[in-house]
Design a protein around this ligand. Structure first.
Ligand code: FMN
Length: 306
């Protein structure tokens, strides 16, 4: 087979490949202009954008772990107004760049405000709402670990959004299928998972946490089998498209997530080891489909055999 059809539709947006660069690992996209051919990847997700600029957490905030990494970068970013003024115009000039804006806030109003600001800006395909954020008006309980908060957040953001909204779920929950259903019932057009797993690493000589923030998020190949299981559970629970991620480093990993039920996939930590990872995985997936008689990549979604 020569040319498999690599197109997928996500929340009404057609992507030329199901392989997307994940939030926080691809900057604002502009940093990758010289490195990655944006015409070869499906889309990219921006670093998380908040209402006001944020400095992030103190160092050390990133460490390597067996088959992965831990980070407590603390959602450092330039804020929504600077993103619109300084980054979006450049992004609009990159051929083929499909921009997914990642949004977060410590209150629902903050998230809504970011969406309102972005609504009037051109050059964004859809929004990804990061639900792995503590809700400071509710004692710091993470939005995505409490069904009521998640429902409320999603509904309010959907009311404000003039573009399709994908909600990125926290994996730090007991029943991921329930959280997926909450988001679908609220009306979201897609979900993505997983964000990082809450983790702790201690230096046994100094007896201090290895990350200044004490806890941090674990990502990379170490989390992949858990992420695949969660994507499968979420995809079984809802009808809206599920975007799968967590430790994808090769085309075969992307296939695995799609067989588990993902419509598209994201590549995060792999971009730190190889900045061209997203493009390589997108190309590799096309070759894999061609070599396995898969005429349409979308045929893989949910095609696990039991
Ligand atoms: C350094 C770093 C920063 C991240 N920043 C964000 C962020 O701003 N918003 C978000 O939704 N996810 C963020 N993530 C989570 C990733 O997008 C992804 O969900 C997670 O790392 C799992 O995928 P991976 O194993 O392919 O990296 C970040 C991850 C890393 C490693």
């Amino acid at each position: 087979m020569n040319k498999p059809d690599m197109r997928v539709t996500l929340a009404g947006v057609e992507l030329r490949s199901p392989v997307i660069a994940a939030s926080g690992t691809f900057g604002y996209g502009v940093e990758f202009e010289e490195v990655v051919d944006f015409e070869r990847i499906g889309a990219f997700v921006t670093k998380g954008i908040s209402r006001e600029p944020m400095a992030g957490n103190p160092s050390p905030r990133i460490i390597e772990t067996p088959a992965g990494m831990m980070n407590a970068v603390g959602l450092q970013n330039i804020g929504v107004r600077a993103f619109i003024k300084e980054k979006l115009p450049k992004l609009r000039s990159i051929p083929g760049a499909v921009v997914i804006a990642n949004i977060f806030g410590y209150t629902i109003e903050d998230c809504v405000e970011v969406i309102r600001e972005l609504n009037d800006a051109e050059g964004i395909a859809l929004y990804e709402l990061n639900a792995s954020c503590p809700n400071t008006s509710h004692g710091g309980m993470v939005f995505g670990t409490d069904a009521d908060s998640l429902h409320h957040l999603t509904t309010r953001c959907l009311d404000a959004a003039k573009r399709p909204l994908m909600v990125k779920l926290s994996p730090n929950v007991t029943h991921i299928g329930q959280m997926a259903r909450v988001v679908e019932e609220a009306g979201a057009q897609a979900i993505s998972l997983v964000n990082t797993f809450l983790a702790l690493a201690i230096d046994v000589e100094t007896r201090r946490p290895r990350i200044a923030n004490v806890t941090a998020g674990l990502s990379g190949p170490a989390i992949r089998p858990i992420a695949v299981r969660m994507v499968h559970e979420a995809a079984q629970a809802v009808k809206i498209p599920v975007v799968g991620l967590g430790g994808i480093v090769r085309a075969e990993d992307a296939v695995e997530f799609m067989l588990a039920g993902a419509t598209a996939v994201q590549v995060g930590t792999a971009s730190f080891a190889d900045p061209r990872a997203v493009e390589n995985i997108a190309n590799g997936l096309r070759h894999w489909c061609a070599g396995h008689n898969v005429a349409k990549v979308s045929e893989l979604t949910g095609a696990m055999v039991r």
